[in-house]
Design a protein around this ligand. Sequence first.
Ligand SMILES: Cc1ncc(COP(=O)(O)O)c(C=O)c1O
Length: 375
Amino acid sequence: MPPCGIARPDPLPETLESPDVSEQIRFFVPGPTHVAREVLEAQVRPMIGHRSPEFKALYASLEPRLRQVFRTAGDVLLATSSSTLVMESAAISTVVSDVLNLTCGAFSERWHQIFLSAGRDADRVAVPWGQAVDPELVRQALRRKRYEAVTVTHNETSTGVLNPLAEIAAVVREESDALVLVDAVSSLAGARLEADEWGLDLVIAGTQKALSVPPGLVCFTFSERAAERAAKLPLRGFYTDLLRYRDKHRAGGTVTTPAVATVSALDRQLDRILEEGMEARWQRHLDLQATTAAWAADRGFTYPAPVPARSPTVSCLKPPAGIAAPGLVAGLAERGFTVGGGYGSWKPETFRIGHMGEVRPADLESLLAAIDSLV
Ligand SMILES: Cc1ncc(COP(=O)(O)O)c(C=O)c1O
């Protein structure tokens, strides 16, 4: 114990000492995800002021690359927070009264809780956990009542379900003038998402999932339509005012002090993502999902999600009879592998493999071999 009485953390783990090429990923939590060593190292630079010319140049350089990731020609903004704050900001900044929340698991239900706690009238199209939302149910709901916005969770991380976002957004556009507010927290840069082509008004992604940057930043789009709605709301809070973010962004900066070191990590990682290419990155995630599914089918592990709804970024699996999911998670930890446990009430029955971000086929194979050694 040093003289001041404060215990120092343990030294950096061995994996940070090893070169990138031999960096075997053993961390398969569905967020935060493994971050490449060179991206971690990008954070270790002398601090710069966030109003300095140096930071302004760095900040300005992000948007052209983020636009390629979100597939938009519009604004892509940055918040220093976790994703939930931007979800809450969307509720406060864009909706006066009526919203329709599409729910199918814990994170899509979070949208509903957020709108209720902001005092909005929130209705739901709710499907059982493990199912994807059927666009036709959305159509029926929109024909019953007018809504200012519809919330969609692209990838429901709690159940490993990818919702048919393009189809849902098309239905919303056909049937109404509601804004399409999208949680893409665990899909962006891991599953195809086309913000402009699909007509999405707000797309939110935390840096700690398939973007493979440490937690602390949220990247999000904000359409002209959403900005026009926001302008009509008299009280949008301060930290929750997305129009303020947009205006400050257009002036070349952030509203409050950003997580400067994490911005440097994002800068480095965006280059890596675009070097791989969006199509190749999406395909790698689909391949990881297919490998997991083939392995699972062979061993009697089952997916609660039906085939077309299975997420390319996270597999939620039920072990065969006689194998307890929490025991499996603990056994893997003893072998140096970290996977996600089941979420909420699904904890005793399921576990989750986050195969998103930088995970490569060989990394996944070694995890699956470790599971084989346990069952
Ligand atoms: C789909 C989804 N939405 C929202 C969140 C909340 O993100 P945060 O913890 O960054 O607020 C998560 C976190 O796991 C998520 O997976």
